[in-house]
Design a protein. Structure first.
Length: 344
């Protein structure tokens, strides 16, 4: 089992400046590098302070200047917001600048808030079809002289300029949930990222079974699969209970952004009331305590051992949670110091 950090600049209130959030993000990445994590992942989002990364390649290039060994992954770029020639070139350029450390996670996107601003009228189905047409073009553009006539993209023979530093280009990871998306990723030789969100062990097992089924119907080498999950390593039971409350609030805000019904001003969604959050029983603290990777160090070790036994190759420690920087930092430190050694 390998470990990575998944994080963004993020805030739910304006009490911490973007400048300070950037400094916080750099500090967490330096901790991940010093602690022996394999990679850091950060995604693409637009116009929302809930997650702040309009182009994840930019902060990843910056992180390369603050770290030595950490692989630098987009988790994920939103495929319909990119042209394949542009993404191939920018990813190759980032790979060149960072000394061959880029990994490229790709997804269709999830927030209608972003769709209606960048591509009005786009729905999840079309976004997925755009991803399926675009992703296989990237290795061809890196190889060179790729011409294409498709449903969404058409262009004459084109070669990525620059070429990526890594032979064959950065590894590609596809965010997958349903069986068809697993099959698409695996059958194209791509790695797979899965995010069960709050849905617990049953979903973690289901996602692995879908990956295995896709691998069973593929004659090529078995790709890797990464599990992304909210994680909290508490000092004691009281600290874990506090974290479950904070994660409950985070998921209530996640749901509000996803539903795209509340007013947004200055990149911040209208504040949720305590009554509104209490009414969201699906995201109740006791449910998240049960279904996320949270607990004291031994609890978390035991949970991740189960994921390892299922066959997951990488566990990505999701540290977007609305907590203070100090709590994020201490959580990551306990994970590195008290959990990761159990897997060495």
């Amino acid at each position: 089992m390998e470990f990575s950090l998944f994080a963004h600049m993020e805030r739910m209130t304006p009490n911490r400046s973007h400048e300070q959030l950037n400094a916080d993000f750099i500090e967490l990445c330096k901790m991940a590098d010093d602690g022996g994590m394999r990679a850091v992942w950060t995604g693409e989002h637009h116009g929302m302070d809930f997650t702040i990364t309009p182009n994840p390649l930019l902060p990843l290039i910056n992180i390369a200047n603050h770290t030595k060994n950490l692989r630098l992954g987009t988790g994920t770029v939103i495929a319909p917001f990119w042209h394949p020639i542009k993404l191939a070139g920018e990813a190759a350029s980032a790979d060149l600048i960072t000394g061959g450390r880029i990994e490229l996670g790709i997804a269709r996107g999830a927030y209608s808030y972003e769709y209606e601003r960048l591509m009005p009228g786009l729905d999840a189905w079309e976004a997925g079809q755009r991803m399926r047409e675009m992703a296989p073009l990237l290795p061809k553009l890196w190889a060179g002289d790729c011409a294409h006539e498709g449903e969404f993209f058409s262009f004459p023979a084109t070669t990525s300029a620059p070429k990526p530093l890594q032979e064959n280009g950065p590894p590609i990871w596809i965010a997958a949930r349903d069986p068809n998306s697993h099959e698409f990723g695996v059958h194209n030789g791509f790695n797979i990222q899965v995010t069960p969100l709050w849905q617990g062990m049953e979903e973690i097992e289901t996602l692995m079974s879908r990956f295995n089924a896709a691998c069973d119907s593929y004659s090529g080498p078995r790709p890797k699969i990464m599990l992304l999950h909210h994680t909290y390593v508490g000092k004691d039971d009281a600290d874990v209970a506090h974290a479950a409350q904070e994660l409950s609030q985070w998921y209530c805000y996640f749901g509000a952004w996803f539903q795209n019904k509340r007013p947004v001003s200055q990149g911040l969604i209208q504040e949720l009331t305590a009554d509104e959050m209490a009414a969201n029983t699906m995201m109740a603290p006791e449910n998240l305590h049960r279904d996320l990777t949270i607990g004291t160090a031994q609890d978390v070790i035991d949970q991740i051992k189960r994921y390892e036994d299922l066959g997951y190759d990488e566990f990505s420690f999701w540290n977007d949670n609305g907590m203070s920087f100090e709590r994020k930092r201490d959580n990551l430190a306990r994970f590195i110091d008290d959990v990761m050694p159990a897997f060495q």
